[in-house]
Write a protein that binds this ligand. Structure first.
Ligand code: HEC
Ligand code: HEC
Length: 346
């Protein structure tokens, strides 16, 4: 608990993040993106795509996976925290699903690790699609003639649905970014972007966590780190929250339902999974791939712009290391310029 007190003191110096509950601009009914690899689609991928865009598979008939994972926003939704059925907000910022195959654990707190398990959870989470149970999902799917053509077995079962969505997520394109291509051909980066890369791997030490290894670069170390984002909201109540977690475990409430409906529990981060004090308020290092398209930022979407996110990271990460990193305004601009080269061009 000493650590918590210390954090409390640290928080005095930390800026209180502003929550941007952008209640408007919900993606609504995005149209299916052109099926560019339609020829290569297996029946499972085609089924997954159909399910991904189907709003009828939600309690109020208005929410599909694609509401919160919008293709043109690199499979995020542009909101600070996602909004599910009956306009009810969750607690977390929607992650880019084209990275889902890169992570060794899933969700901001890494509470799951298998895509085919995660693929089904949104259907029954009250803050997402809100169906009562998997049976309700199967009933709704099998009542629709358009799914009949996918039936290996008849009717479609839970594993067909999980497999279809998993295959669809795996099929999302992961083209190399301009940075990835510049590894072979450095002239693809401008002078400012190259200076930003040198800072990213050097003085600013961003690559310690947003690692550049791999091609395409993973930009995550797959680990969990504390940065004070949102944590000051709960610093006093950890014991009470631990009790709530234990109660949920005893009563069989899925962790994902608790996390997305209770903001204070959500701020515990990795701790809610491991119950280890060093994991309090720690979150998975997000890949920075396509970061230009995934605003707002951080697990709670509390940082509105990329400039602000970079500014925050420079400050807090050096605080975490106990050694201040001072970047000039120009260097900070170069660092951001480099992050913008981490996007695919389509
Ligand atoms: C109401 C908005 C919403 C809907 C609907 C939704 N998601 Fe998500 N999704 C999220 C949020 C928010 C998270 C992050 C939750 C967390 O970290 O606790 C997430 C996380 C995920 C992840 C983990 C990604 C990662 O990087 O760890 C996968 C996979 C996923 N969703 C797939 C789906 C699928 C498939 C559907 C439809 C069946 C779906 N989602 C429906 C908002 C939504
Ligand atoms: C100690 C590991 C670590 C270091 C070093 C680090 N980051 Fe991060 N970064 C994280 C984690 C963890 C998050 C998510 C924090 C959260 O949401 O609470 C994050 C979030 C971000 C985000 C928001 C991404 C999104 O999708 O929401 C950006 C942008 C970012 N970091 C840039 C940087 C830059 C630039 C540097 C170097 C100055 C840096 N980071 C250094 C671990 C790190």
């Amino acid at each position: 608990m000493e650590r918590i007190a210390l954090r409390g003191i640290l928080q005095i110096f930390l800026v209180t993040p502003v929550m941007f509950f952008a209640m408007s601009g919900l993606a609504g009914c995005e149209r299916l993106p052109p099926a560019s690899n339609a020829q290569k689609d297996t029946p499972a991928i085609a089924l997954g795509r159909e399910l991904f865009f189907d709003q009828s598979l939600s309690a109020d008939g208005t929410v599909s996976c694609a509401n919160c994972h919008v293709a043109s926003k690199s499979f995020t939704d542009g909101l600070s925290v996602s909004i599910g059925v009956n306009e009810r907000p969750g607690t977390r910022n929607a992650p880019d699903l084209s990275d889902a195959t890169v992570y060794s654990t899933l969700f901001w707190d890494g509470r799951e690790s298998e895509l085919n398990v995660v693929a089904l959870q949104a259907f029954t989470n009250p803050r997402e699609m809100g169906l009562t149970d998997v049976d309700a999902l199967l009933k709704q799917v099998n009542a629709q003639p358009r799914y009949a053509r996918f039936a290996r077995s008849n009717p479609l079962d839970q594993s067909d649905i999980a497999e279809g969505l998993t295959q669809y997520l795996r099929s999302l394109p992961r083209q190399p970014t301009r940075y990835d291509r510049s590894v072979e051909k450095p002239s693809l980066l401008t002078a400012d972007e190259r200076a930003g890369l040198a800072l990213f791997t050097g003085k600013a030490a961003c690559a310690e966590c947003h690692v550049l290894a791999g091609n395409p670069a993973a930009l995550t170390d797959q680990k969990f780190h504390y940065a004070g984002v949102g944590f000051e909201q709960i610093a006093g109540d950890v014991t009470v929250l631990l009790g709530r977690l234990e109660h949920a475990t005893r009563t069989g409430q899925p962790l994902g339902e608790l996390v997305l409906s209770e903001r204070e529990i959500a701020e515990l981060g990795r701790f809610s999974v491991t119950r280890r004090p060093p994991d309090l308020g720690a979150f998975r290092t997000p890949s920075l791939r396509n970061v230009a398209r995934t605003a707002p930022y951080m697990h709670d979407g509390s940082v509105a712009t990329l400039d602000k996110a970079v500014e925050r990271e420079i400050y807090y990460r050096s605080l975490g290391r106990g050694r201040a990193v001072n970047l000039t305004v120009t260097e900070q601009r170069q660092l951001t310029a480099f992050l913008l080269a981490l996007s695919t061009e389509n």
